[in-house]
Design a binder for this molecule. Structure first.
Ligand SMILES: Nc1ncnc2c1ncn2[C@@H]1O[C@H](COP(=O)(O)OP(=O)(O)OP(=O)(O)O)[C@@H](O)[C@H]1O
Ligand SMILES: [Mg+2]
Length: 133
């Protein structure tokens, strides 16, 4: 496991751009960490690293955003049951060939594929973030 200390959102973006190079279509990456840690900042950086032009925004009201069919960004914070997630079509996205980034994956634990990658980010507010991958 690698640990990177990030002192700013910019450093997190740059780390994530670099990390994106290790990802392949079909990869499912769990973005772990408390509220406000920087999971969505990580997603923005990964999108940049993949050369996606659109700005990644938090899908809090949409559950899931698709970027060019190559990157799917899930926010499961408000998902209340795995049944709801199935009804939202989550399983189809795991098999759609794009890279899946999942925030609050603990809410859909039973639906996750067997092989996942994990990036954990600690802290909130002004704290230095530790990014583990
Ligand atoms: N080193 C850092 N890395 C990332 N974000 C940082 C850092 N330092 C401060 N921040 C700030 O922390 C906030 C992280 O917000 P972000 O929306 O990415 O969190 P999140 O983990 O997705 O939260 P949520 O669970 O609510 O979706 C941003 O306002 C960002 O500017
Ligand atoms: Mg978020």
């Amino acid at each position: 496991m690698a640990v990177f200390c990030s002192h700013s959102p910019e450093e997190t973006l740059l780390w994530a751009e670099e990390y994106a190079k290790s990802l392949r279509g079909g990869d499912v990456v769990l973005l772990d960490g408390p509220m406000g840690a920087g999971k969505t900042v990580l997603a923005k950086g990964i999108a940049r690293g993949l050369g996606i032009g659109a700005e990644v925004t938090s899908p809090t009201y949409a559950y899931l955003n698709s970027y060019e069919g190559r990157l799917f960004h899930f926010d499961c914070y408000r998902v209340t049951s795995e049944r709801q997630a199935v009804e939202l079509g989550f399983l189809d996205y795991f098999d759609a060939g794009g890279i899946c980034l999942v925030e609050w994956s603990e809410n859909i634990k039973g639906l996750l594929p067997e092989n996942v990658k994990r990036v954990a980010i600690s802290g909130s507010g002004d704290e230095i973030r530790e990014i583990r991958s």
